[in-house]
Structures are given as C-alpha cells and as structure tokens.
Design a protein around this ligand. Structure first.
Ligand code: A2P
Length: 390
C-alpha cells in the first residue's frame, strides 16, 4: 500500500517572493483554490490506489503483515515492443477446454497468450480470441516453429499455417521451438540442421521484414547454443529465450547470461508443470511466504518469476486459477532472497527433457551425463512430445 508524504505549503510571506500582501478576500479566494487543488489531488490519489490494488492478489488477508507493491505489467524488448509479463500458457490445454481458458483469461485481464504449432490447439485459441471481442492489437500472441520445419523453405508455410489457424495476419513473437531439427517430413533428428541454426534464423528475419512477425526468438536454448547462433552476423538478435524455469530448475547461470546479453528469459512450467505443481506449492519457504503475505503459494511463485525479470507463462484451464495467477505482487526483498536461495541451493532438477524420447544422441540441455537424463527428470510422456506430427 503506498504511503504519501505531504510537504507543508509555505505561507508565501516568509520566502521573500511575494511582495504584496493579499487582501482578506483575495486570501479567501487563494485558500479556496488551494483547498480545491488539495481535494482534487486526494481524489486522484484515491483513484490511483484503487486501480493499483485491484491488480494485486484478491485474497482479503493480502498485505495484512507487509506493505506490498505491484510488479511491472510489461517488459520492454530490444525492438521497443512491450511484452506483458504474465501470459496464459496453453501447452497441454486440451481441445474443448483451451478456448474457454483463453476467454476467461482475456476477461480477467490477460493480454498475452503463449501458443505453439505443436500444441495442436491454435485453431481453438484463435476462435476464442475472436469471440472474446478483445481487439487483436491489444493481445500479445506468440507461436513457435516446430522441429520438422527448420529447413528454410519450410519456415514460411509453417508460419502461414499458424497464422491462419490463429486467425491473424501477424504474430507478436515467433520462436524456434527447440534447438533441434528433425529431417523433413519425419520425427528423426537432423544433425546438420541442428548444428547450424543460422539458415532457419535468416528465414525468420525475412518473416519480420515481411511483417508477418514482429519479434523472433528461441526456446530451449542453453548458453552454448545461444552463443552458436549469435556468433553469426544476425540482422535481428533473439528477442527472448523461452525455457523451463521453476523452483526445481531455476537456472541462475542462464538467467545471469541472459541479463548480461539482453536476451530475456520466458519461464515455461513456472509452477513445475503438471507433475510437480503440488510439490512446488508445498515447498516450506513458498508456503511460509504465502502465509506471511496473505497470498497463495502459486502467486508467490509467479511473483518470484516476474521479480527475477522473467516473463512467466503459467498454464491453467481452471477459471479460478487463471484469475489467481494474474495477480502478481512484489515480494519484499528479504522474502524474495529467501525463495531465490531455497530454489538455487538444491541440486537442479529439470522437470521435462525429451532428449531420449526423441532419440537424440546427447542431452539437449547438456545438463547431465546422457545416461542420467532419464533419472534426472524426464517428464512422464515426454517421449511423445511432437509425435503424430508427421
Ligand atoms: P489446471 O490447468 O488443471 O488448472 P505449469 O504452469 O508450471 O506448467 O503448471 C501447470 C499445472 O499447474 C497444471 O496442472 C495446472 O492445472 C496447475 N495450476 C495452474 N495454476 C495453478 C494454481 N494457481 N494452483 C494450483 N495449480 C495450478
């Protein structure tokens, strides 16, 4: 809750600037003007307070113990575009439920939907956007280029398909979904196209020039893969890198590299994904902070992501959770540090890794010795990611 300090007004007699004394009548007029200005200011402050607090968690206990302030609603990308800091993630949001989730989200105030060709729900998302009545220009829409379409000649047709399904003629952001290319028309690893992502990137740059996409970026790239791409004479630097970030896999080194190199991170599976969400919400530090601040554990985690400077993409198809997840709040510094320390002081545990399931002969993230990939957190069902695509 903001507190305002009022500076006492000078009488005007003692500052040496006013040379003529006002008559009593003029004094009264002056007094009335000052009183009216003060009343207007108080009204403005009250309205601003109501507007600000309406974006904070709806929990009635909120702020009982600490003064809470709001977090940025947007981050500004290198292009100058403002990307809303909290998005609705729609990975694993199934058919016949994703459309409603999008409508609920837009009604609740979300203005950012994170989709992908391979989520197989672009059509329903596009329809929901249209039905919502929210103008296209007010919504940040992201989609992603699937692994099968890295060959330069396949990029534009894949993008066109996403545009058509989403019912739009441009995307705000288009990402290379994985640093892994599959051979054309198959689900098999293509080592050459994977080793050199530059031809694919050049085609994406062309899509920006054509106006089909406003920003381009990558997803699931680790530092060596980012360095491999950015060592080329890029016309456009990746706008973002979307990666798994959560309590179990907070990736502080990648976060630091990203800050230093001006490529912000987007956090997918920010609550740990379906398999780890309950465990995340039960982390003692998360629960303690939630209880101290009077917000929910999910709000603590989502706030933490935004406060780390990452764009956060919580997925939910449940209306009450969709609403809950939008309400972020700045954690007081000491509580933020408590959570950051807790998240970064256990061995990292990636909750999703499709390397083995896709038959890739190395760990895509270079996190672990290859034989440990599975034990180190292969997400249940990850071997099926993208299957049935061709
Ligand atoms: P559901 O979609 O059924 O509401 P992540 O964003 O890390 O991928 O996590 C997604 C999982 O977390 C989904 O199972 C989703 O369930 C669940 N979830 C999303 N928001 C919340 C919340 N506020 N509280 C509890 N579970 C949530």
């Amino acid at each position: 809750m903001p507190s305002y300090r009022y500076k006492l007004l000078s009488s005007g007699d003692d500052d040496g600037e006013l040379t003529t004394k006002p008559t009593t009548r003029r004094k009264n007029v002056l007094f009335a003007l000052v009183a009216a200005a003060a009343a207007l200011y108080a009204m403005f402050t009250a309205v601003r307070f109501v507007v600000r607090t309406s974006r904070l968690p709806c929990n009635s206990r909120m702020g009982m113990h600490r003064n809470l302030s709001s977090l940025p609603e947007h981050f500004t990308l290198a292009s100058g575009d403002k990307i809303p800091s909290v998005a609705l993630g729609v990975w694993q949001a199934g058919r016949n439920e994703v459309g409603n989730a999008v409508k609920v989200a837009l009604k609740a105030g979300y203005r950012h939907i994170d989709d992908a060709w391979v989520y197989y729900n672009e059509e329903e998302v596009g329809q929901a956007l249209k039905d919502s009545g929210v103008p296209r220009s007010e919504v940040w829409l992201t989609s992603k280029l699937w692994n099968t379409f890295h060959a330069p000649e396949d990029v534009e047709p894949a993008l066109d398909e996403s545009l058509s399904k989403l019912g739009t003629d441009y995307l705000d952001l288009y990402l290379v979904h994985w640093p892994i290319a599959f051979k054309k028309g198959t689900n098999q690893f293509d080592p050459e196209l994977t080793a050199n992502p530059y031809p694919t990137w050049q085609k994406l740059e062309e899509m920006v020039e054509k106006g089909k996409v406003r920003n381009i970026g990558v997803s699931n790239f680790n530092i060596p893969r980012l360095e491999n791409l950015t060592a080329n004479p890029l016309k456009i630097k990746p706008a973002v890198n979307q990666v798994e970030l959560n309590f179990w896999n907070p990736q502080p080194d990648l976060l630091e590299w990203s800050r230093e190199n001006g490529i912000p991170l987007e956090a997918y599976s920010p609550l740990g994904g379906t398999g780890y969400v309950q465990k995340s919400l039960d982390v003692p530090e998360v629960k303690a902070i939630a209880s101290e601040l009077g917000i929910t554990p999910a709000q603590v985690l989502i706030s933490w992501h935004v406060q780390r400077g990452t764009i956060v993409l919580p997925k939910s198809v449940t209306p009450s959770r969709i609403e809950e997840n939008l309400h972020v709040v700045a954690l007081p510094d000491d509580l933020f540090e408590t959570l950051e320390t807790a998240a970064t002081s256990h061995p990292p545990h990636r909750v999703g890794n499709p390397s083995k399931g896709w038959g890739i002969p190395f760990d895509i993230f270079d996190d672990y010795p290859y034989d440990d990939v599975e034990a180190a957190g292969e997400r249940e069902g990850a071997e099926n990611w993208g299957k049935g695509v061709v």
